[in-house]
Design a protein around this ligand. Structure first.
Ligand code: GRF
Length: 191
């Protein structure tokens, strides 16, 4: 068992989770030990199987009303939590149990285009509608509010006149796959 064990929380296709599992597959001290999803048919579940990582489905009500998820994390020796396209607000009891040990990625330059309801294509459509000339990603620690914790890294990309929300989403996602795993490695290494 490696000293640092990550749980990735994801609700969607899991392309970031995949990039992270790939990056840490042969890492000396960090491993992805668990994938947690609140969506039964999330692509991330299939990706976890490919990497032989255990995955668990959680129920929204139980997530907020019980501490079962915390017990699961503790019983798996999870040291850090990585949010990768996870759409539920992280409950207070998890933030208290993992202070500065929960990280998130957001596909815009926060504080712009962040907050409740700003996820996935909603973000990129809002950026294009606002006629911004740049967008990018933000990697930050997680506190009680959506998209609000200490920023660890922002990476920008230019928006060309012919960019649509879809082409922008692709550009930003590529940057996410490139940067998120190594930022996680640095953060875990310094914590
Ligand atoms: C990413 O754009 C991430 O920034 C956001 O949700 C999306 C997840 O994509 N939080 P994927 O499931 O990793 O493909």
């Amino acid at each position: 068992m490696k000293p640092f064990r990550l749980a990735i929380f994801a609700s969607g296709s899991g392309s970031n989770a995949e990039a992270i599992m790939k990056f840490f597959e042969h890492h000396a001290i960090i491993e992805v030990a668990l994938i947690i999803s609140n969506k039964e048919n999330a692509g991330v579940i299939e990706k976890a199987k490919q990497f032989d990582v255990k995955s668990l489905l959680i129920n929204k009500e139980a997530f907020y009303q019980s501490r079962a998820v915390l017990q699961i994390l503790q019983s798996h020796g999870i040291s850090h939590i990585v949010l990768a396209g996870f759409l539920l607000l992280v409950p207070d009891y998890l933030i208290k149990a993992y202070p500065d040990k929960i990280i998130n990625i957001h596909p815009s330059l926060l504080p712009k285009f962040g907050g409740k309801g700003m996820y996935g294509m909603h973000v990129h459509r809002a950026v294009i509608t606002a006629k911004e000339n740049e967008s990018g990603l933000t990697i930050h620690l997680v506190n009680e509010h959506f998209d609000d914790g200490e920023i660890l890294l922002q990476v920008k990309c230019a928006i060309e006149t012919n960019d649509s929300a879809e082409t922008l989403a692709k550009k930003v996602l590529q940057l996410e796959h490139k940067h998120y795993p190594r930022v996680i490695a640095d953060w875990v290494g310094h914590s």
